[in-house]
Write a protein that binds this ligand. Structure first.
Ligand code: SF4
Length: 410
């Protein structure tokens, strides 16, 4: 059961409350290059990112934000909220570039990167005051790579005085939660409403990150004072490692009802599109059954029982067809777009699990395994409809799929 946090309006997107878990991403272009940044923001939006964050780090980047907004608006992306990511000089940039402050839909502040000592309070409150003047929400994003050192030292010293001191790691996790909570309290004292604040406590080790969010959520619930939460495993890593680590961390929290918006922070390889992180978020939410974006093609891993090439090619062909044709189906049958996204297709390798799995799918095919009769039974809504055979099985099955869509959704 999802923990009901106050809904925060970011541009036109609601984060928290009973609203669907929102997918966000971040550009990795130089923000001072407005055209390239706008292009990547559009690519991320096309892939399914509902909010796009960009770094606003210099006097050259800040004035480009309104320009990026204009390009997006002109190209039909008016509804895409833009978030400014600030570190070290956010208070100055937001003050010096009021048009940028007005243009952004949310500010992300890292309480560990707003200066030390007296400057910390002044810089942090300056950003909050500008958010108030512009009626903008903020995300207070604590990151263990830049945890507030004054606070950490204070908590470490306190811990050292205990008869049984806790481990450094436990104190660091507590300091993450404390930093987020204290910063949110200060922001509220300055006048920022609870439904204008989103919190995050990102760490790069899966178990630590889970613990930090669990503690933060438990504390908010105990105090009966909740904030919407942004989930992310920071510095998740390259390729498979980043995907699996992020999915593991986020899934465990989401399953507990913790989290209102997610980002999967992958380090892209030079040849990988930035949009991979958005695809990963969609796949994760769909795997958990929280949101549906495209028909699910269930396929078995294959084994010695099946002709692996033919089976793998069929599974891939069906997947590729669905990905390509989905926008056309959804345009053609707009009232059924969500139902189409929830469709279940199964491509199975043999009679062991094929017929059984087929019964749970909307449309399914079970290929013949080695030594089995060379026919591929097709099931629709769990009922056998016909058997296919020969080299044209992929085309015939795809045609049956097209017929199914037409029959059920037109
Ligand atoms: S369904 Fe058949 S081919 Fe697929 S993994 Fe199971 S036994 Fe192997």
């Amino acid at each position: 059961m999802r923990i009901s946090t106050p809904a925060v309006l970011v541009g036109g997107i609601k984060i928290g409350g009973k609203n669907p878990i929102v997918i966000q991403s971040m550009t990795n272009t130089d923000t001072s290059d407005a055209k390239t940044t706008a292009k990547q923001a559009m690519e991320l939006a096309e892939a399914g990112s509902e909010i796009v964050r960009m770094t606003v780090n210099t006097n050259l980047a800040a004035p480009k934000v309104p320009e990026i907004r204009k390009i997006l608006d002109d190209k039909g992306y008016k509804a895409l909220p833009l978030i400014g990511d600030f570190h070290f000089n956010g208070h100055t940039l937001l003050k010096d570039f009021p048009k940028m402050a007005k243009t952004l839909d949310k500010y992300r502040i890292n309480p560990g990167n707003v200066g030390y000592g007296d400057k910390h309070e002044y810089n942090f409150s300056t950003i909050i005051k500008i958010a108030l003047e512009n009626n903008k929400p903020v995300r207070i994003g604590v990151n263990w790579g830049s945890l507030d050192q004054d606070l950490l030292t204070e908590m470490m010293n306190k811990n050292a005085r205990l008869i049984k001191p806790r481990s450094d790691k436990e104190v660091i996790i507590d300091a993450m939660v404390e930093s987020a909570t204290r910063s949110a309290e200060i922001a509220e004292k300055l006048g920022l409403a609870q439904d204008k604040i989103i919190l995050s406590v990102k760490m790069s080790i899966v178990q630590d990150m889970i613990k930090a969010y669990e503690l933060l959520s438990a504390r908010m619930q105990k105090n009966k004072h909740l904030y919407a939460l942004h989930l992310g495993l920071t510095e998740a890593g390259v390729g498979m490692q980043g995907l699996v680590s992020s999915s593991a961390a986020l899934a465990i929290l989401l399953q507990q009802g913790i989290g209102d918006t997610i980002r999967i922070s992958l380090t892209p390889t030079p040849t990988q599109p930035r949009t991979k992180e958005v695809e990963a978020c969609k796949t994760l939410l769909q795997s958990l059954g929280f949101r549906y974006f495209k028909p699910q093609v269930t396929s078995c891993p294959g084994c010695g029982r099946t002709d692996s090439h033919f089976f793998q090619e069929l599974a891939e062909e069906v997947n590729a067809h669905v990905t390509k044709i989905l926008p056309i189906w959804q345009k053609k049958y707009p009232k059924s777009a969500q139902k189409i996204a929830e469709l279940k297709i199964a491509v199975m390798g043999c009679v062991v699990n094929g017929p059984g799995e087929s019964k749970h799918a909307d449309i399914a095919i079970s290929l013949p395994g080695r030594m089995e009769k060379p026919v591929a039974p097709v099931y629709i809504k769990g009922k056998f409809v016909k058997s296919l055979q020969g080299k044209k099985i992929p085309q015939q099955f795809i045609q049956l799929l097209e017929d199914y869509i037409e029959d059920n959704f037109s």
